[in-house]
Design a protein around this ligand. Structure first.
Ligand code: DAT
Ligand code: MG
Length: 131
């Protein structure tokens, strides 16, 4: 996902270019907006965390871009490309170092496992049978 802060700042193109330049193939892409309830469903795994309410509010604060990406070793390589959750700790040249504003408004989401990538892909693109 390209998160609301990055979409609002006009960074869809810059982030998408970094993703493609890193060798990821975009196999589905959608510009959409979550309700707070849907954001809560997407991030249900964080329901007990103190920042959950803030996270759901933020993720529904504006449009986002959801995409399914394909690559060998995609999960690990994408986590490397996006950098640490907190942009203050993200390495130079990572998407979050370049585009994120804060630990909450951190420009992009990346799945943390193949299993969750399938669940999250299906959340946005249930019409794609392969997910
Ligand atoms: P990541 O997005 O790097 O996988 P995560 O899964 O731990 O990070 O958390 C999901 C999102 O929740 C994260 O992108 C931004 C928000 N978040 C995480 N930790 C936070 C914190 N300490 N304060 C505010 N928001 C936080
Ligand atoms: Mg995560």
């Amino acid at each position: 996902m390209i998160k609301p802060d990055a979409v609002a700042d006009g960074n869809i193109g810059g982030i998408t270019k970094m993703i493609e330049d890193a060798g990821f193939k975009i196999i589905a892409m959608k510009y959409t907006r979550l309700t707070s309830e849907l954001a809560g469903k997407f991030y249900a795994v964080h329901a007990e965390r103190p920042f959950y309410g803030e996270l759901c509010e933020y993720m529904s604060s504006g449009p986002i871009v959801a995409a399914i990406l394909e690559k060998e070793n995609a999960v690990e390589d994408f986590r490397k490309l996006i950098g640490a959750t907190n942009p203050a700790e993200a390495e130079e040249g990572t998407i979050r170092k370049i585009y994120a504003k804060s630990i909450g408004a951190n420009a992009v989401h990346g799945s943390d496992s193949d299993e969750n990538a399938a669940i999250e892909g299906n959340f946005y693109f249930p019409e794609l049978e392969r997910f």
